[in-house]
Design a protein around this ligand. Structure first.
Ligand code: TPP
Ligand code: MG
Length: 345
C-alpha cells in the first residue's frame, strides 16, 4: 500500500486505499522509467565529466539522485498540459520527450539548441512540448504557470498547468502570491515541490519551521500531500496521477511535495557538500532511485541483468551521438541576439 509512504494533509483521496498497482500499468512502464532515469543519470554524469575536464559548458544543475521525481511525475501529464519544470530538470525534459541533441546543444549554448543556444539551461523552453523551464529569477517565475492555469480554466478543455519548485524557492514571496491567486480562482494548477533538502548549502529544516513543505497548502485552503520516499518512482507516479486527476476535475490547485535527495553539490562549480550530515547522506544513498528500481525490476518482475545492460548500451549510444552532434555545432552568432524577442505576426 502506498499509504504507508505518502502523507496526506487535507487530501481528498484516501491514499491508504490506493494499492500500488491501481494506477501502475505494467512492466513496460517501469522499464520506460528505468530507461529515462538511466539516461538522465548518464546525461548528468557526462556533464560533470565535461566540467571536471575543463570543457566549455553553460550553467548547469545536476539532478543526480533525483531522477525518480522528474520521471514519475512527467509521465502523468498530457501533451496539451503546460509543464514548467525548475532549473534541475533534465529527467523531466527527457521524460517529456524533448530531443536529446537539442537539449544537450542548449546546455552547451550551441546554435543547434532548442532555443538556438541563447537560453541555456535556466530558460530552456521547448514550445513544441509545452515545456517552459522556470529557472531564472526563482520566485517571480511561479506566477507564470498561474497565468497558464488561468487560461486553461477559461478554455475549459480539462488541461492543467504544472509548476515545479525546489524547497528553497518555496520561501520566496511570489510563490505565495501565485498560489493564493490560483486558490482564490480555483485554477487548474498542480504545484510540485521537489524537495531535495537543500537550497545551495541551506537545509530546508533550518530555513523553515516545517518538516514537510506540503503542509503550507493549509494556509491557502487547498490540499497538500507528501511522497516521503520520492526516490521510489512508482510511488511518485501514483501520487502524481491522483493529484493531477484531482486538479483536472476542476477542484482547484493542490501542492504535491516529493522528498528526494541531492546527492552532489548544488552545481558543478559549487560541488562541496560538507554541510550535509554524513549519516543522512549515507541513508539516502542506499535509497538511490535507480538502485531501488533495479531491485524492484529484478526481484519482483524477474527482469534479467542482460535486459538492463541492453537498455544501458542503447542509452550510451544515443548520448555518444548527441555529444558528437552538439560539440561539432557552432555557437550562435551575435546578430542572432535580436531574433526571437517578439512574436512574428
Ligand atoms: C530570485 C533568485 N534568487 C536566487 C537565485 C540563485 N539560485 C539559483 S538556484 C538556488 C537554490 C534553489 O534551491 P531550491 O529551490 O531548493 O532548488 P534546488 O537547487 O535545490 O533544486 C538559488 C538561490 C535565483 N536564481 N533567483
Ligand atoms: Mg532544494
Amino acid at each position: 500500500m502506498i499509504g504507508n509512504r505518502i502523507k496526506a494533509c487535507r487530501f481528498p483521496v484516501d491514499f491508504s486505499m490506493i494499492k500500488e498497482e491501481s494506477y501502475m500499468a505494467e512492466l513496460s512502464l517501469l522499464l520506460e522509467f528505468y530507461e529515462n532515469m538511466y539516461k538522465s543519470r548518464r546525461f548528468d554524469e557526462r556533464l560533470w565529466e565535461a566540467y571536471t575536464t575543463g570543457k566549455p559548458l553553460g550553467m548547469t544543475h545536476l539532478g543526480i539522485g533525483e531522477e525518480a521525481a522528474g520521471t514519475g511525475t512527467m509521465k502523468v501529464f498530457r501533451p496539451a498540459d503546460i509543464v514548467c519544470p525548475h532549473h534541475r530538470s533534465h529527467a523531466h525534459q527527457l521524460m517529456r520527450g524533448c530531443d536529446l541533441k537539442k537539449l544537450l546543444s542548449e546546455t552547451l549554448l550551441k546554435s543547434t539548441g532548442v532555443c538556438q543556444g541563447k537560453a541555456g539551461e535556466a530558460h530552456f523552453m521547448d514550445v513544441s512540448k509545452n515545456l517552459y523551464v522556470l529557472g531564472g529569477t526563482l520566485g517571480p517565475c511561479f506566477t507564470v504557470p498561474v497565468g497558464f492555469a488561468y487560461h486553461f480554466k477559461h478554455e475549459g478543455e480539462g488541461n492543467i498547468a504544472v509548476a515545479y519548485s525546489g524547497d528553497g524557492c518555496t520561501c520566496e514571496g511570489p510563490f505565495y502570491e501565485g498560489i493564493n491567486m490560483a486558490a482564490a480562482f480555483k485554477l487548474p494548477l498542480l504545484m510540485i515541490i521537489q524537495n531535495n533538502f537543500f537550497a545551495i548549502s541551506e537545509d530546508f529544516r533550518k530555513m523553515t519551521g516545517l518538516q514537510s513543505l506540503s503542509t503550507r497548502a493549509a494556509g491557502f485552503g487547498i490540499p497538500g500531500a507528501t511522497v516521503e520516499n520520492g526516490n521510489d518512482v512508482e510511488a511518485v507516479y501514483n501520487a502524481t496521477k491522483a493529484a493531477a486527476d484531482y486538479v483536472r476535475a476542476g477542484n482547484g490547485p493542490m501542492i504535491l511535495e516529493i522528498k528526494t535527495w541531492r546527492q552532489m553539490g548544488h552545481a558543478p562549480n559549487e560541488a562541496g557538500t560538507k554541510y550535509k550530515d554524513p549519516d543522512e547522506q549515507a541513508m539516502w544513498m542506499k535509497r538511490d532511485p535507480i538502485g531501488l528500481l533495479t531491485t524492484k525490476l529484478t526481484e519482483r518482475y524477474g527482469v534479467t541483468a542482460k535486459t538492463l545492460t541492453e537498455i544501458q548500451k542503447k542509452v550510451e549510444q544515443e548520448l555518444d551521438e548527441a555529444w558528437t552532434y552538439a560539440e561539432a555545432a557552432p555557437y550562435s552568432q551575435p546578430e542572432a541576439a535580436m531574433e526571437h524577442i517578439y512574436a512574428e505576426c
